[in-house]
Design a binder for this molecule. Structure first.
Ligand SMILES: Nc1ncnc2c1ncn2[C@@H]1O[C@H](COP(=O)(O)OP(=O)(O)OP(=O)(O)O)[C@@H](O)[C@H]1O
Ligand SMILES: [Zn+2]
Length: 466
């Protein structure tokens, strides 16, 4: 048991009740969170990365408060979808090849942003039986009906359908682009199961060969891995309606209970010139391209600079600013051992993940560290690790990256490497000092070493060798 000593009140904004609430887990020994994962047909854009980074921060905070072994984070992979079928056909590869390749790139990209892998990452196609069982229960209970090879959820069978988005069924019909189909009893009824077209993946079912609808995936997989009622359900705000509304309808009706998840959390959009970044609009920047140009942690910081519920515009200036901040923080903490995250930083995060406030606290720690306060520097480093993850523990790697990518000579970055090497030499860690020397030489740095006669310590002068 590595639980946090002092109790920390965690406040989270709940889309369901439209207010901030005290987070009180059903079982503090197993805090359970489900976040809707990617549909794996194409590389993730920076908008898709926002929920990953935001809920990673929450995952880290929950780990900090309840202990690592007491938090279960499930994020699914949607590997059955029309867009997947179309893309695989277009590229002339199998669906499994496409989904495996996309998942591997997704993992690498999200790792580069410092996001921890979820505890469990279920694939939809590996849970077809669970979905069929749930659909069967819904049909039995009168919440779903079969029609022309489809199984549909009957929204009229549920008293409070629409509670999450706060809309009545009539409002929804008026506002939504619903697929009108002759076999639907109510235009808002949605698909749980449907026939597959020629060449598409299909599975046998009591209602004919076919495949599941999107919403039933998350209901089945969350039940399987987290139980009928769990603590937190998250995703982008575009998922609140209809996806999450429909997840709630399916799960609650199948389980005959009042609550699927206690807290529903949604991140705002990453936008480009006021519009949602999306694959269909073509206004996107992929994480894969960005990590060629910027260190992952600068991208992560740029994403976290705005409170997660707010929309924000993605700009190169934002990442540039983030990188500058990290430069300063890393330079100050390079030689310092991390202590405990600063209480004010943790308190800001515990207040509905108030990252702008947390960053303001980091700035004030920086000011104190610059004035020579070693305790502030140690706490700054630990706070950065809490926010940024493992990447932030490696200023050498950071300095290397900066030096290699600066285009012009980045003297501050080289100085960090020089200082690391001197430390290594003076501590007789010659393997490390030789490695750093090789890196510096590769960057075109000329080193002139000498020994201070008084102190017996190595010193170095250097230039770019012209
Ligand atoms: N512009 C955006 N800003 C923030 N979150 C987003 C944005 N676009 C998608 N998301 C979120 O990304 C996650 C992964 O979704 P998914 O892989 O299904 O992408 P998508 O919705 O198909 O993307 P797109 O809208 O570009 O097609 C979801 O939680 C979704 O809400
Ligand atoms: Zn989902």
């Amino acid at each position: 048991m590595t639980k946090h000593a002092e109790p920390l009140t965690l406040m989270l904004y709940n889309t369901m009740t439209k207010q901030k609430e005290v987070f009180s887990p059903i079982d503090p020994d197993n805090v359970r969170m489900y976040v809707c994962g990617p549909t794996v047909y194409d590389t993730a854009h920076i908008g898709n990365a926002r929920p990953v980074v935001v809920f990673d921060m929450l995952f880290r905070l929950l780990n900090h408060v309840y202990g690592k072994s007491h938090v279960t984070y499930v994020r699914n992979i949607t590997d059955v979808d029309d867009k997947i079928n179309a893309r695989a056909a277009e590229r002339g590869i199998s669906i499994r090849e496409l989904t495996d390749e996309t998942t591997a790139v997704y993992h690498a990209d999200m790792d580069a942003l410092g996001a921890l892998r979820p505890t469990i990452e279920p694939r939809a196609t590996e849970h077809i039986d669970d979905m069929l069982a749930m659909i069967g229960t819904l049909v039995e209970k009168g919440n779903a009906y079969a029609a022309e090879g489809h199984v549909l959820f009957a929204v009229d069978s549920m008293d409070d359908y629409g509670k999450l988005s706060g809309r009545s069924i009539d409002d929804m019909i008026a506002g939504a682009r619903v697929e009108v189909a002759p076999y639907k009893r109510n235009p808002m009824d949605f698909v749980l199961w449907k026939p597959s077209k020629e060449g598409e993946p299909s599975w046998p079912s009591p209602w004919g060969e076919g495949r599941p609808g999107w919403h039933i995936e998350c209901s089945a997989m969350s039940e399987k891995h987290l139980g009928e009622t769990f603590d937190i359900h998250g995703g982008g705000i575009d998922l609140a309606f209809p996806h999450h509304e429909n997840e709630i309808a399916q799960s609650r009706c199948a389980h005959g209970n009042k609550t699927m998840a206690n807290i529903w959390m949604h991140n705002g959009f990453v936008q480009v010139e006021g519009e949602k970044m999306s694959k269909s609009l073509g206004n996107f920047t992929t994480v894969h391209d960005l990590i060629d140009q910027w260190p992952g942690e600068a991208i992560r910081l740029a994403l976290l600079a705005t409170h997660y519920t707010k929309p924000f515009n993605w700009t190169a200036d934002g990442v540039r600013e983030a990188k500058k901040m990290l430069d300063q923080w890393y330079a100050l903490t390079a030689d310092i051992d991390a202590s405990e995250p600063d209480a004010a930083v943790v308190a800001a995060l515990a207040d509905d993940l108030n990252t702008p406030k947390a960053f303001a606290e980091l700035h004030s720690l920086r000011t104190r560290a610059q004035a020579g306060d070693k305790k502030a520097a140690a706490s700054l480093k630990a706070s950065l690790q809490q926010l940024m993850g493992v990447l932030a523990q490696d200023p050498v790697e950071w300095a290397n990256w900066r030096a290699a990518n600066a285009g012009t000579v980045d003297y501050a970055a080289i100085q960090v490497l020089i200082d690391e090497r001197l430390d290594a030499r003076n501590n007789k860690d010659f393997a490390k000092s030789d490695e750093l020397r090789d890196q510096l030489v590769a960057l075109g740095v000329v080193l002139m070493d000498s020994k201070d006669k008084k102190t017996g310590l190595f010193t170095t002068e250097w230039n770019m060798g012209k």
